[in-house]
Write a protein that binds this ligand. Structure first.
Ligand code: BDR
Ligand code: CA
Length: 313
């Protein structure tokens, strides 16, 4: 049966690829709405970028809402050094003409969850968790109505990317992440431990760019741009590809490996703020709140991208 998704995102080139992969898989996934959040770049840009991606895919029927423009308790942290000034640097995508929905993204999320039968929606979160944390504080009753949250965020064995200890999405709004992790909602986490194994090597990017459609060409242009920072940083064969793992996990969970463990987030220390402390070896009796994914079959992941993306314009 088709899973109904609400995607919360801060596009971001890798967010864009995740959205495109979901749109290329309508038999399995139905993207009901997109909510944007401040993250890779400010909200004023993420709410534009989400619509650019939908127009690229010819899906102007999917509503886009703007959520929170800053974290719950902290100043914004952005990542233009990776994603460029627009957040979607690389291809030359036109300014969107589809409208932004007038309702605030947090209010939309609450209304949509309350209006649907419990278990209807899976939330895919590809950015900081501000909108979800705010919605849970404003309307705690929605927790039991969410089927599952599948998120890109966190790290344990690969530690951090925005600080030595913390992954970007959790670091930007650790208080929101804490609310989500304590919510009791079933959570699957795709952390850096996974995404650092899904490297966009030159051969893989070439294959996507050669698919022959505009989405494939745009993805190759986006990732060629966003790779340059990580290639210099890590010195690997390719840069990690993060957010599309959320969608690939929903499409083909058997190419991922993980286990049910406790994940807690550090909120107090300046040195390790936003670190996800993962009880991978089950040392404590803290509640097992997360299906924590540690590994992916990278060839199968890229195989999924190259078979699905040609279905788009
Ligand atoms: C995450 O941070 C963002 O820069 C990416 O879009 C991804 O969601 C990786 O740490
Ligand atoms: Ca993202």
């Amino acid at each position: 049966m088709t899973r109904k998704l609400i995607v919360d995102t801060d596009p971001g080139q890798d967010d864009a690829v995740a959205i495109l992969l979901a749109l290329a898989s309508p038999a399995e996934l139905d993207v009901a709405a997109i909510i944007t959040v401040a993250g890779n770049v400010p909200l004023a840009l993420t709410r534009v970028n989400a619509r650019k991606v939908l127009e690229l895919a010819g899906r102007t029927d999917i509503p886009v809402y703007a959520g929170c423009d800053r974290p719950m308790r902290r100043q914004s942290v952005t990542a233009e050094h990776v994603h460029g000034k627009t957040g979607l640097d690389g291809p030359d995508l036109p300014e969107p003409s589809m409208p932004l929905q007038p309702q605030h993204g947090v209010d939309f999320l609450i209304d949509a969850l309350r209006a649907a039968a419990p278990g209807t929606y899976t939330l895919c979160t590809l950015g900081p968790l501000t909108n979800i944390g705010m919605a849970l504080i404003k309307a705690p009753d929605i927790a039991s109505r969410i089927r599952e949250i599948v998120m890109m965020g966190g790290a344990y064995f690969e530690v951090g990317n925005i600080t030595p200890a913390a992954e970007f999405n959790i670091y930007v709004d650790p208080e929101a992440a804490d609310v989500v992790l304590r919510s009791g909602i079933p959570i699957t986490m795709l952390p850096l431990d996974v995404t650092h194994r899904a490297l966009a090597t030159p051969a893989r990017l070439h294959a996507i760019g050669a698919l022959g459609n505009q989405a494939g060409r745009a993805i190759a242009a986006m990732l060629n741009f966003s790779e340059r920072f990580d290639l210099a940083k890590y010195g690997w064969d390719g840069a990690p590809l993060h957010d599309p793992n959320v969608i690939a996990y929903l499409l083909q969970p058997d190419i991922y490996e993980g286990r049910q463990v406790n994940v807690s987030v550090e909120l107090a220390s300046d040195l390790t703020l936003g670190m996800t402390v993962v009880d991978y070896w089950r040392i404590t009796d803290r509640p097992k709140n997360v299906h924590y994914i540690r590994n992916v079959n990278a060839d199968a992941f890229y195989g999924l991208l190259t078979t699905r993306i040609p279905r788009l314009p």
